[in-house]
Design a protein. Structure first.
Length: 94
């Protein structure tokens, strides 16, 4: 269930800080609770990128589609609400 959260954290921590996909992943991670109820257009606007960039990011994260990412975020959001939080932090890159 925590797959999307950890995939996003891992992707951010292993990608260049100026990478457009890392920036989009960071924004998605910051807003993980609203992702399941959002469209790909909503998320693209939130991240200031195109829908194609969000689609490619989903594939880079090894999801079949944006809908697959959404379903994984929903699982994490529900689990996190029930468990009281997660203990993973994004590393600061220099």
């Amino acid at each position: 269930m925590r797959g999307a959260f950890y995939n996003l954290v891992n992707f951010i921590n292993t990608t260049s800080i100026n990478d457009v996909y890392a920036n989009a992943a960071r924004k998605i991670l910051q807003n993980i609770y609203v992702i399941p109820g959002s469209t790909i257009t909503d998320v693209a606007e939130l991240c200031f990128v195109s829908t194609a960039t969000i689609s490619r990011l989903c594939r880079k994260l090894n999801y079949e589609s944006f809908a697959d990412l959404c379903s994984r975020c929903w699982g994490f959001s529900y689990e996190r609400l029930c468990s009281g939080g997660a203990d993973v932090q994004v590393e600061k890159q220099q």
